[in-house]
Each structure stands twice: as C-alpha cells, then as structure tokens.
Design a binder for this molecule. Sequence first.
Ligand SMILES: Nc1nc2c(ncn2[C@@H]2O[C@H](COP(=O)(O)OP(=O)(O)OP(=O)(O)O)[C@@H](O)[C@H]2O)c(=O)[nH]1
Ligand SMILES: [Mg+2]
Length: 459
Amino acid sequence: MMKLDKNLLTNNKKKTSLNLLILGNADVGKSTTIGNLVYNLGNFNGSIIKSMENDSPKLGTKKTINYVRFLDKLKSDIEKGVNYETIKYKFETKNYNVTIIDSPGHRDFVKNMITGTIKADVALLIVSAKNNEFELGFRNGSTREQALLAYTIGIKYLIIGINKIDITTPCFDQERFDKIVTIVKGFLLKIGYQEKNIIFIPYLACETVNIIKNNGYNNGDKGNGDNKALSWFEGPTLTDAIDLFDKNQYLLLDKPLRIPIQDMYSIGEIGTVIVGKIESGILKKGMNLTIGPKDLKSECIYLEKENKTIKEAFPGDVIGFNINNVKIRDLRRGHMCGDSNNDPPKDTLHFDALVVSLISDRIKNGYTPVIDCHLGHIACKFDKIMQTIDRRTGKGLEFEPKEIKSGDVAVVRMIPMKPLVVESYVDYPYLGRFEIKDMNFTVGVGIIKSVVKKEKENK
Ligand SMILES: Nc1nc2c(ncn2[C@@H]2O[C@H](COP(=O)(O)OP(=O)(O)OP(=O)(O)O)[C@@H](O)[C@H]2O)c(=O)[nH]1
Ligand SMILES: [Mg+2]
C-alpha cells in the first residue's frame, strides 16, 4: 500500500488567512455577531467559556450565552496577556483562518483602511431586520456610508448579514427579508458592486441561527422540529458565505507584471541586481523587461528568492533579479519593472484621484505636497480640484470648487513634478492608492481613478 506523505497532508490542511471587516450601524448586533463567531468557531482559552457557562441563565434545556459579555471577557483576557496592543478576534471556517477587523469608524481607521495598513479581504455589513431599525440605519444612519467605504477601499466581495430576523412581524418574515434585499441591493449596484459579488444572509446572532447551520425554528419549536422558520431560505449560512469567497481570484496572477523597485545593487561580475516585491503578474527568467518611468529595456537574466535560484516568481514574492543593459545609476527606488510585451509601465502625464483631505488648512488648486505611492515619493501638484463628492451617496456635489476643507472628498487632477509610474486602483489595487504628506505629516489619502500616461510621441 502506498504511504501517504504526512507533510503533504498537514500542508494541505493549512488554511488560508482572511481578514473580515465588520461594518454596521449602531445596535445592529455587531458585537453579538463577533462574539458568536469567536465563541463557536474560535480557538481561545477555554476558561472563559467555563466562567460564561456558570453564569449564563438556562432557558429550558438550552443555555443562552450573552455573546457581548463573552467578547468583553475575551478582550480583558487578551489585554492581560503579553500581546497587549493587538487585540485580534479570530475564528475558523472550512477554508479560512479568519481575523476580524472591528470598525471603530474614526478618521485613523479610514486612513489605515485606504492606505492598506489594515487590509480587509471581505466585509460583513450587518443590518437589522427589526421594523424601523433597518430603515433608520439606511436612511439616517451609517449603513450607506459604510457600504461606500467598503467599495472605495476595494472590497469586492460583500456579505450583507440581515440580523434579528426573529423579531420581524411575523417573525422570520420572508417578505421583510426580500424587501431589505431589494433596497440594499439597489444601492450597492448603484455604487458599483457587481451582483455576483454581493450575498444576503438572514441570521440570528444571539441564538446562532443560520451562522453555522440553517437551524431556524419557530417560536414554541426550539430547534428540533421540522417546521423550520428559515426553511424558505435556500442560500448559504453566514460562515459558508465567507467560504464562497475565492481569495485566489484576487491574487493578481493574471494581471500584467509590476515590481516596484525597492533596492538596486551593482555586483561585480553579475551586474545590476534589483530587489522588490511582485505586486502583480509573473516574472520569468528570460523575460523582456521595461522599467518605467524612463522606459529602460532589459532582460531578466536570473532570479532568486530566499537565496534559491528560481525560474519564475509570483505576486507576493520578494525577489532579487539580475538584469542586463541597465546601469544602477539610472534606477531609483520607486521605479517600476514590467513586462515589455504586456502593458509595460509608463511615465505619467496626469492622473485623477479620489482624495480625502485630513488637514484643517484648506486645499486650493496649485497645492503641491509629496505623495507616497507604492515606493514612489514624489511631489505632485493639485492641478485642478474637479468636484467634491458626497461621502454618503458617492454623488457629485460642487463642480470645480475653489478649495476643499478637512473631511471633504473630492476628485482631483494631479500632476507629478518628476517622472513617476502610477496605476489606477481598479487595475492595480496596490499601486493605485497613496498618502499625501506635508512636512512628513499625513494630510490626506487618495485612490487613483484613472491615469493618462506619457506616450513616446508626446514626451
Ligand atoms: N432579537 C434579536 N436581538 C439581537 C440579535 N442580535 C443582537 N441582538 C440585540 O441587539 C442589541 C445590540 O446588540 P450589539 O451586539 O450590542 O450591537 P452592536 O452593533 O455591537 O452595537 P454598538 O456596538 O452599540 O454599535 C442587543 O440588545 C442584542 O441583544 C438577534 O439576532 N435577535
Ligand atoms: Mg458593539
């Protein structure tokens, strides 16, 4: 009989990590949901559970867990431990090791989301099915603003959790569910979400219904009858919805090659060696390379990763590679390496970006701060503030305003003061966002909507 390779088996078992951003208006059940997921699917110190069980009231034969209290206990437990500053709630689904990112909703959080310091793969936007609670959150609350935030920072896959489906009238009301889906879906499609990437899940956070299993029940039939109150719902459970997300699809394998240059060396007989991380595409030995913004032509002679020679490298790999025909004095940190035959990197004439101002000073046309975009660090002029944008709806407000103030979102045409390769956020997420710096302070953040590149003839 063939022996199974043990290493292979354990390697296969290793789950991919996934960051889940939790969004939702006040009181919709965010803490209850997080507590539920971590309690039922998490891997934490079991003594908290014991203490929870001891002081949880019993309802008939069922114990009810107060998940918000559990979360508080867990939080204080983590704070007592060594790893004080990073409070991370984690749980596992079939495919993923999930880390929860809870959204405090303040300025630094938004800044960190946009610059990618916190990187979420998937967002769970929670709404409440309770009468009026949904309407309030959608009309006056932050539901729409948060959905727009998720879209702006590039979260393509969005789960809409419709919580508290037990307290609709009648309870577990399918009509109520359908109505909420229609309203939210209409909005999401308008701001740019694709129908195939949004999914609606009715569930109950305080009772673990349709989170792991579709075990909805009617009042008076506590979970073991056939008469399931959520039997009308044929979609996945909340955790299955997370597993439906295909992270590989977003790994940028199929995109053209982009390697921002981190360091370069001139090594004796070998020649020029570049070090950088592949942001998208595949680098192969023998490939014809173009290095922007100067349009230098070269070839990849050999490449290595972790001191081993390899034939090809993939997104996320940090590699060193040897190129010919280019001297290191022509290269700078922040220059961009790409495939000569597939969308080679080019210098920028100007680009349009969605900019959020974070300084108290007003910004006018002509303002020229430094921007940090991938590894580039270049002065860029606010050539023209084209339009301010409503944060909540994404709709345009004022055309060509004289100035923008702190907190404003605006589309701005920007011109780099020196050669620079940038890309649109849609095409190259990691290369299409930037921080705006003034005297080394972050004064704003931006996302690049479109780029007009310098073509040879207009150089
Ligand atoms: N009926 C019902 N009530 C729920 C459910 N989930 C949460 N609740 C209740 O809704 C209230 C708010 O829940 P939380 O989890 O604290 O909500 P939150 O979104 O964290 O609230 P904030 O942190 O204040 O924004 C609590 O009273 C919960 O018991 C549910 O599935 N059904
Ligand atoms: Mg809470």
